[in-house]
Design a binder for this molecule. Structure first.
Ligand code: SAM
Length: 208
Protein backbone atom coordinates (compact mmCIF):
# COMPACT_ATOMS: atom_id res chain seq x y z
CA UNK A 1 0.00 0.00 0.00
CA UNK A 2 1.49 3.34 -1.04
CA UNK A 3 1.42 6.33 1.33
CA UNK A 4 -1.21 7.99 -0.88
CA UNK A 5 -3.70 5.14 -0.33
CA UNK A 6 -3.11 4.64 3.42
CA UNK A 7 -6.36 5.27 5.34
CA UNK A 8 -4.79 7.84 7.73
CA UNK A 9 -3.33 9.82 4.84
CA UNK A 10 -6.55 9.65 2.81
CA UNK A 11 -8.64 10.69 5.81
CA UNK A 12 -6.47 13.74 6.50
CA UNK A 13 -6.81 14.72 2.83
CA UNK A 14 -10.59 14.34 2.88
CA UNK A 15 -10.71 16.25 6.15
CA UNK A 16 -8.83 19.08 4.44
CA UNK A 17 -11.35 19.05 1.58
CA UNK A 18 -14.43 18.88 3.84
CA UNK A 19 -15.10 22.60 3.90
CA UNK A 20 -15.69 22.78 0.15
CA UNK A 21 -17.02 19.26 -0.50
CA UNK A 22 -20.76 20.00 -0.34
CA UNK A 23 -20.51 22.92 -2.81
CA UNK A 24 -18.33 20.79 -5.05
CA UNK A 25 -20.81 17.89 -5.07
CA UNK A 26 -23.55 20.31 -6.14
CA UNK A 27 -21.52 22.29 -8.68
CA UNK A 28 -20.36 19.09 -10.42
CA UNK A 29 -23.87 17.62 -10.54
CA UNK A 30 -23.41 14.73 -8.11
CA UNK A 31 -26.25 15.80 -5.81
CA UNK A 32 -28.62 16.02 -8.81
CA UNK A 33 -27.22 12.73 -10.09
CA UNK A 34 -27.99 11.04 -6.75
CA UNK A 35 -31.53 12.51 -6.86
CA UNK A 36 -32.05 10.96 -10.29
CA UNK A 37 -30.63 7.59 -9.24
CA UNK A 38 -32.75 7.41 -6.07
CA UNK A 39 -35.88 8.49 -7.97
CA UNK A 40 -35.43 5.78 -10.57
CA UNK A 41 -36.80 3.06 -8.23
CA UNK A 42 -39.58 3.55 -5.71
CA UNK A 43 -39.28 2.12 -2.21
CA UNK A 44 -41.95 0.69 0.08
CA UNK A 45 -42.84 3.75 2.16
CA UNK A 46 -45.25 1.80 4.38
CA UNK A 47 -42.36 -0.08 6.04
CA UNK A 48 -39.91 1.38 8.61
CA UNK A 49 -36.93 2.95 6.89
CA UNK A 50 -33.46 3.05 8.36
CA UNK A 51 -30.53 4.33 6.35
CA UNK A 52 -26.74 4.19 6.66
CA UNK A 53 -24.65 6.43 4.41
CA UNK A 54 -21.23 4.75 4.48
CA UNK A 55 -18.34 7.02 3.51
CA UNK A 56 -20.90 9.82 3.60
CA UNK A 57 -18.55 12.75 2.99
CA UNK A 58 -20.75 15.83 3.40
CA UNK A 59 -23.80 13.53 3.03
CA UNK A 60 -24.93 14.43 -0.51
CA UNK A 61 -26.27 10.90 -1.06
CA UNK A 62 -28.15 10.82 2.28
CA UNK A 63 -29.52 14.30 1.66
CA UNK A 64 -30.79 13.21 -1.75
CA UNK A 65 -32.36 10.11 -0.15
CA UNK A 66 -34.28 12.37 2.28
CA UNK A 67 -35.31 14.72 -0.54
CA UNK A 68 -36.71 11.80 -2.55
CA UNK A 69 -38.16 9.59 0.19
CA UNK A 70 -38.76 11.88 3.17
CA UNK A 71 -37.12 11.56 6.59
CA UNK A 72 -36.24 7.96 7.52
CA UNK A 73 -36.87 6.54 10.99
CA UNK A 74 -33.11 6.40 11.55
CA UNK A 75 -30.22 7.83 9.61
CA UNK A 76 -26.58 7.04 10.39
CA UNK A 77 -23.68 8.81 8.71
CA UNK A 78 -20.33 7.02 8.74
CA UNK A 79 -17.02 8.53 7.70
CA UNK A 80 -13.46 8.50 9.05
CA UNK A 81 -13.18 12.27 8.51
CA UNK A 82 -14.60 14.31 11.42
CA UNK A 83 -14.78 17.39 9.18
CA UNK A 84 -16.92 15.55 6.62
CA UNK A 85 -19.16 14.15 9.37
CA UNK A 86 -19.72 17.63 10.85
CA UNK A 87 -20.79 18.97 7.44
CA UNK A 88 -23.02 15.96 6.82
CA UNK A 89 -24.77 16.26 10.18
CA UNK A 90 -25.34 20.00 9.56
CA UNK A 91 -26.73 19.34 6.04
CA UNK A 92 -29.24 16.84 7.44
CA UNK A 93 -30.12 19.09 10.38
CA UNK A 94 -31.09 21.78 7.85
CA UNK A 95 -33.67 19.23 6.61
CA UNK A 96 -34.87 18.59 10.19
CA UNK A 97 -33.25 15.17 10.27
CA UNK A 98 -31.17 14.29 13.33
CA UNK A 99 -28.60 11.95 11.83
CA UNK A 100 -26.29 9.89 14.03
CA UNK A 101 -22.57 10.37 13.30
CA UNK A 102 -20.20 7.40 13.45
CA UNK A 103 -16.52 8.18 12.91
CA UNK A 104 -14.54 5.32 11.40
CA UNK A 105 -13.79 3.08 8.45
CA UNK A 106 -16.00 0.47 6.83
CA UNK A 107 -15.37 -2.83 8.61
CA UNK A 108 -14.09 -1.11 11.75
CA UNK A 109 -17.40 0.33 12.98
CA UNK A 110 -20.64 -1.48 13.77
CA UNK A 111 -23.68 0.73 13.33
CA UNK A 112 -27.06 -0.97 13.79
CA UNK A 113 -28.19 -2.63 10.56
CA UNK A 114 -30.41 -0.69 8.18
CA UNK A 115 -32.98 -1.31 5.46
CA UNK A 116 -30.94 0.89 3.10
CA UNK A 117 -27.18 1.17 2.86
CA UNK A 118 -25.91 4.00 0.68
CA UNK A 119 -22.30 3.91 -0.49
CA UNK A 120 -21.12 6.41 -3.09
CA UNK A 121 -17.51 6.48 -4.23
CA UNK A 122 -16.10 4.67 -1.23
CA UNK A 123 -15.50 1.04 -2.34
CA UNK A 124 -12.86 2.42 -4.71
CA UNK A 125 -10.80 3.42 -1.66
CA UNK A 126 -10.95 -0.01 -0.01
CA UNK A 127 -7.99 -2.39 -0.46
CA UNK A 128 -10.22 -5.48 -0.99
CA UNK A 129 -13.36 -4.53 -2.93
CA UNK A 130 -15.13 -7.88 -2.45
CA UNK A 131 -14.49 -7.73 1.29
CA UNK A 132 -15.73 -4.12 1.35
CA UNK A 133 -18.93 -5.13 -0.49
CA UNK A 134 -19.43 -8.03 1.96
CA UNK A 135 -19.00 -5.59 4.86
CA UNK A 136 -21.61 -3.30 3.29
CA UNK A 137 -23.91 -6.32 2.97
CA UNK A 138 -23.40 -7.15 6.65
CA UNK A 139 -24.90 -3.75 7.50
CA UNK A 140 -28.16 -4.60 5.74
CA UNK A 141 -31.24 -5.71 7.66
CA UNK A 142 -32.94 -8.79 6.09
CA UNK A 143 -34.44 -7.80 2.73
CA UNK A 144 -32.55 -4.49 2.72
CA UNK A 145 -30.90 -2.93 -0.31
CA UNK A 146 -27.48 -1.56 -1.10
CA UNK A 147 -27.46 1.56 -3.28
CA UNK A 148 -23.95 1.67 -4.63
CA UNK A 149 -22.27 4.31 -6.79
CA UNK A 150 -18.85 3.34 -8.09
CA UNK A 151 -16.28 4.98 -10.34
CA UNK A 152 -15.90 3.59 -13.85
CA UNK A 153 -13.05 3.86 -16.32
CA UNK A 154 -13.00 7.22 -18.14
CA UNK A 155 -10.31 9.81 -18.78
CA UNK A 156 -12.04 12.10 -16.23
CA UNK A 157 -11.25 9.48 -13.58
CA UNK A 158 -7.62 9.42 -14.70
CA UNK A 159 -7.45 13.09 -13.73
CA UNK A 160 -9.32 12.52 -10.45
CA UNK A 161 -6.95 9.61 -9.71
CA UNK A 162 -4.01 12.03 -9.63
CA UNK A 163 -5.58 13.57 -6.55
CA UNK A 164 -7.35 10.66 -4.83
CA UNK A 165 -5.69 7.42 -6.05
CA UNK A 166 -9.07 5.67 -6.25
CA UNK A 167 -9.94 2.53 -8.24
CA UNK A 168 -12.38 2.31 -11.12
CA UNK A 169 -14.56 -0.68 -11.98
CA UNK A 170 -15.86 -1.69 -15.38
CA UNK A 171 -19.54 -2.66 -15.30
CA UNK A 172 -18.83 -6.39 -15.77
CA UNK A 173 -16.12 -6.23 -13.11
CA UNK A 174 -18.46 -4.64 -10.54
CA UNK A 175 -21.25 -7.12 -11.35
CA UNK A 176 -18.78 -9.95 -10.73
CA UNK A 177 -17.56 -8.38 -7.45
CA UNK A 178 -21.15 -7.95 -6.24
CA UNK A 179 -21.91 -11.58 -7.08
CA UNK A 180 -18.77 -12.74 -5.24
CA UNK A 181 -19.89 -10.67 -2.24
CA UNK A 182 -23.24 -12.46 -2.23
CA UNK A 183 -25.46 -9.87 -3.89
CA UNK A 184 -28.16 -10.09 -6.55
CA UNK A 185 -28.19 -6.92 -8.61
CA UNK A 186 -31.77 -5.71 -9.13
CA UNK A 187 -31.14 -2.56 -11.07
CA UNK A 188 -28.35 -0.57 -12.69
CA UNK A 189 -28.26 3.14 -13.36
CA UNK A 190 -26.40 5.11 -16.00
CA UNK A 191 -26.18 8.73 -14.87
CA UNK A 192 -27.64 10.72 -17.77
CA UNK A 193 -25.63 13.94 -17.74
CA UNK A 194 -22.62 15.90 -16.58
CA UNK A 195 -19.57 14.60 -14.69
CA UNK A 196 -21.50 11.72 -13.02
CA UNK A 197 -22.32 10.32 -16.48
CA UNK A 198 -18.61 10.13 -17.23
CA UNK A 199 -17.22 9.04 -13.87
CA UNK A 200 -19.80 6.84 -12.19
CA UNK A 201 -22.39 4.06 -12.41
CA UNK A 202 -25.15 3.10 -9.97
CA UNK A 203 -26.18 -0.37 -8.76
CA UNK A 204 -29.04 -1.48 -6.49
CA UNK A 205 -28.46 -4.88 -4.95
CA UNK A 206 -29.89 -7.26 -2.35
CA UNK A 207 -28.19 -10.06 -0.50
CA UNK A 208 -28.92 -13.26 -2.43
C1 SAM B 1 -15.15 10.40 -2.81
S1 SAM B 1 -15.71 10.78 -1.19
C2 SAM B 1 -17.44 10.45 -1.40
C3 SAM B 1 -18.29 11.12 -0.34
C4 SAM B 1 -19.80 10.93 -0.51
N1 SAM B 1 -20.19 9.54 -0.47
C5 SAM B 1 -20.26 11.59 -1.78
O1 SAM B 1 -20.68 10.90 -2.71
O2 SAM B 1 -20.18 12.82 -1.84
C6 SAM B 1 -15.16 9.38 -0.26
C7 SAM B 1 -15.53 9.45 1.22
O3 SAM B 1 -15.33 8.15 1.76
C8 SAM B 1 -14.61 8.26 2.97
N2 SAM B 1 -13.84 7.01 3.07
C9 SAM B 1 -12.67 6.71 2.47
N3 SAM B 1 -12.29 5.46 2.80
C10 SAM B 1 -13.27 4.97 3.60
C11 SAM B 1 -13.47 3.72 4.26
N4 SAM B 1 -12.58 2.71 4.14
N5 SAM B 1 -14.57 3.56 5.03
C12 SAM B 1 -15.48 4.57 5.15
N6 SAM B 1 -15.35 5.77 4.53
C13 SAM B 1 -14.26 5.96 3.77
C14 SAM B 1 -13.77 9.52 2.83
O4 SAM B 1 -13.41 10.07 4.10
C15 SAM B 1 -14.67 10.43 2.03
O5 SAM B 1 -15.49 11.24 2.84
Amino acid sequence: MSDATRPEFLTSRYDGAANRWRDKMRALGYYDGYLGFLSARSIDRSADQSVIDMGCGSAAFAEAWVAVNGPPDQLTLVDPSPGMLDRGIAALAARDVAARPVEGLLGQVSPASATTVLAAHIVEHCPEPVEALRQLGDLLAPGGRLWLVASKPHWCNAIIWLQWRHRCFRRDEMLDLLEQAGFDVEFEYAFPAGPPSRTSRGYVARRA
